[in-house]
Structure formats: structure tokens, C-alpha cells
Design a protein around this ligand. Structure first.
Ligand code: NAD
Length: 292
């Protein structure tokens, strides 16, 4: 059996997998592979699957399965697994980091000192997260971790999730409209689906408070980029802090790259050292069970 590691995992993983089979990181050997390990970079399209005639199992190290063509895999009888539990703390900490960067002016202050030699002590006015309302879109694993951290900061935490009936960490609201109308900060934690694609559009933004801050560690395609860029220019949305993009990397023409008050990270939510080790352990567990 050949296990092909397609994307970036912890560097200890090849050694940890040797007990199961031969392990390679040479993607040219896809046609020989029976197990493929991917994160979000490799797109497991129908064409990619057709190029892997021996493939029996795809393991997506991480949460979202939107880079795997589930239908094409099913038609070929290929099992698809992921490691949903590992990444929650890593992503939640980045979401919180992005959320803290906005009211604390961390990027402006740093860039002014470092790049322009300016000491903007009087000019930069901070605000606090304390007693602000956080609106979570989706209240799954990652949002749950964000909610706990927000509570520790003294925020009021609301969440909208039509598939969840009870939450210990957030007050559930029945509609997105209500969430949008009450939140000072909105943080997105939904998978990409037909329902969530483009959910932050002109009409949705119109329902939000003036000067709202949007944090996105979910998926870039949940945003209609042109609509959000317009709202950033008008000031309706005060800031957009995002780890995720329409594509990785974003197209240079993406209106969000040029829009004001956008804080950007290059899809590193799951990429903490600790998380890559946890993902590796979940991959090992999956292979142990799969072999039985
Ligand atoms: P999860 O499955 O635990 O939670 C997702 C929640 O979204 C669920 O509770 C679900 O009911 C809810 N949901 C689905 N459709 C909805 C809708 N239309 N409106 C409101 N809620 C809806 O997943 P998770 O582990 O919390 O991850 C959430 C998402 O975060 C992933 O699907 C992925 O897209 C993204 N993610 C990003 C990174 C990163 O590197 N930035 C890393 C991991 C995951």
C-alpha cells in the first residue's frame, strides 16, 4: 500500500505513518496511491480522482470538505474522512486575534511605528470588546471556542444556527436578521454550502449595525466581495478581518485587497504547530481503524 501526503502536515507525520505502509510526498505518484492525505491546498476534483485509479481513502486533515468532490469520490467507492475535532482551538484563537486587532488598532499602530517612524499615541483611539455584542454565524466546534473566549472578555454572545437547538455558550437567536441587527462584531463559522455561499451580501449588510466589524475564519466564498468592499468604503462596515479568501491566494483584482480597513491573514487558521500535531494523531487513529 502507498500513502501519499499531498499537502503540508507536521513534519513528523511520514515517520508516524510508516507502520501502515510506504509513505511518499511525491505527488507524481498519485496514480499508485491507495490513501491520499490532503489539507485545503489540494483540490480533489473529479479529474484529480480520475488520476488516482488505486485510491481507496482520502483523509482531509482539517474540517471543511469543500475541496473534495464527494460525489465523484462516492461514485468510485472512495471513502472520505476528515479530522473535525483537532482544529477548533487553533482557529478560534486566530478568530479572536483578528477580532482583538481591530479595536486595539494593532496593525495601524505597528505599521506607523515600524514602517513610517510615527508614534501615534494621541491619534489612535482604541475601543474595547468589553460589553460589546458578538454575533456568531454557526455555533459548532470553532464558534463554541470563540464564544468561551468572548465571555471571558465580558462580551454578550449571540449565535444563529438553524441546526442547533441549545447552546451552553451563546444565546441563540431565531433569525440571521436578528443576529445582524444586534451584533457589534460578527464572526463567521459556517461551512461553505449552497445556503452559506454569498450569505454576506448587500442585503445582509444593510441589516447590520452601522460600523459593524466582521471577522471571517470560515470560508471566503460566504462573502460577496464587491458588496463588502463597497460597505467598507462607505463605513457601513468599519472593518473586515479575514483569514479566508475567495481563492487561495486571492486574485490580485479582489476588491477586498484594495478596500479600507481590511486585516488579512493567508488562511493560517488551522496551521498552529500544536494543531498540526493533533491532526497527525487523528490521521493515525483513522488509519488504525480503517485497517481493521
Ligand atoms: P462545525 O461543523 O462544528 O460547525 C459548523 C456549524 O455551522 C454547525 O453547527 C452547523 O449547524 C452550522 N451551520 C451550517 N449551515 C448553517 C447556516 N446556513 N447558518 C448558520 N449555521 C449553519 O464546524 P467547525 O469545526 O466549527 O468549522 C466551521 C468552518 O470553519 C468549517 O466548515 C470551515 O469552513 C472553517 N474552517 C476554517 C479554517 C481556517 O483555516 N480558517 C480551519 C478550519 C475550519
Amino acid at each position: 500500500m502507498l500513502i501519499l501526503i499531498c499537502d503540508a502536515f507536521d513534519k513528523s507525520l511520514p515517520e508516524r505513518l510508516k507502520k501502515f505502509a510506504e509513505v511518499t510526498e511525491d505527488i507524481a505518484r498519485l496514480p499508485e496511491a491507495e490513501v491520499a492525505l490532503v489539507r485545503s491546498k489540494t483540490k480533489c476534483t473529479a479529474e484529480w480522482i480520475a488520476g488516482a485509479p488505486r485510491l481507496k481513502l482520502i483523509i482531509r486533515g482539517g474540517v471543511g470538505l469543500d475541496n473534495v468532490d464527494a460525489k465523484a469520490a462516492k461514485e468510485r467507492g472512495i471513502e472520505v474522512r476528515n479530522t473535525p475535532a483537532a482544529s477548533s482551538v487553533a482557529v478560534a484563537e486566530l478568530a479572536f486575534g483578528l477580532m482583538l486587532a481591530v479595536p486595539n488598532k494593532l496593525i495601524e499602530a505597528h505599521n506607523a511605528m515600524k514602517l513610517d517612524g510615527k508614534f501615534l499615541k494621541k491619534e489612535l483611539k482604541r475601543t474595547e470588546l468589553f460589553q460589546k455584542t458578538l454575533g456568531l454565524v454557526g455555533i459548532g466546534r470553532i464558534a463554541g471556542e470563540v464564544a468561551k473566549r468572548a465571555a471571558a472578555f465580558g462580551m454578550r454572545v449571540l449565535a444563529y444556527d438553524p441546526y442547533v437547538k441549545h447552546s451552553d455558550v451563546a444565546i441563540l437567536v431565531p433569525t440571521l436578521k436578528e443576529l445582524f441587527s444586534k451584533a457589534d462584531y460578527i464572526s463567521l463559522h459556517v461551512p461553505l454550502s449552497e445556503d452559506t455561499k454569498g450569505m454576506i451580501n448587500k442585503a445582509a449588510i444593510a441589516e447590520m449595525k452601522d460600523g459593524v466589524v466582521i471577522v471571517n475564519t470560515g470560508r471566503g466564498k460566504c462573502i460577496v466581495e464587491e458588496d463588502l468592499a463597497e460597505a467598507l468604503k462607505s463605513g457601513k462596515v468599519a472593518a473586515y478581518a479575514t483569514d479566508v479568501w475567495f481563492s487561495d491566494p486571492p486574485d490580485p483584482s479582489s476588491p477586498l485587497l484594495a478596500a479600507p480597513n481590511v486585516i488579512m491573514t493567508p488562511h493560517i487558521g488551522a496551521s498552529s504547530k500544536e494543531n498540526l500535531l493533533r491532526i497527525g494523531s487523528e490521521v493515525v487513529e483513522l488509519l488504525e481503524k480503517w485497517g481493521k
